[in-house]
Write a new protein. Structure first.
Length: 107
């Protein structure tokens, strides 16, 4: 096995770990969505999103710069929010105002 093949094998293994963690995170987002639905809370909570982004930027050791980390986590948050919206809307409940103001929803 050459160096490129070793790199690719390691990347595949890391991708499997990322997949496991992303799905675990999604399960917690579903639980958060259920709580928000029960407690009549909005799906979009911009202060929480800012906390998450600040936390991951502060925790970032590189080599990805903070702009790249921010873009990745914005996408992860967007997918989690989509799961939460689905949970909230299952009974016909609607997200609070603000979700549709910009055409994009935020956690």
């Amino acid at each position: 096995m050459n160096e490129l093949e070793r790199c690719r094998k390691q990347i595949d293994a890391i991708d499997e770990q990322l997949l496991k963690l992303l799905n675990e995170r999604a399960e917690w987002a579903v639980r958060a969505g259920q709580w928000k639905k029960t407690n009549h809370q909005p799906v979009w909570q911009p202060n929480r999103e800012m906390q998450i982004l600040h936390h991951v930027e502060q925790s970032n050791p590189g080599p990805l710069d903070n702009a790249a980390i921010r873009r990745l986590f914005e996408r992860i948050i967007d997918e989690a929010r989509s799961l939460e919206r689905h949970i909230v809307s299952e009974s016909g409940a609607q997200s609070k105002a603000g979700d549709s103001q910009t055409g994009q929803e935020k956690e």
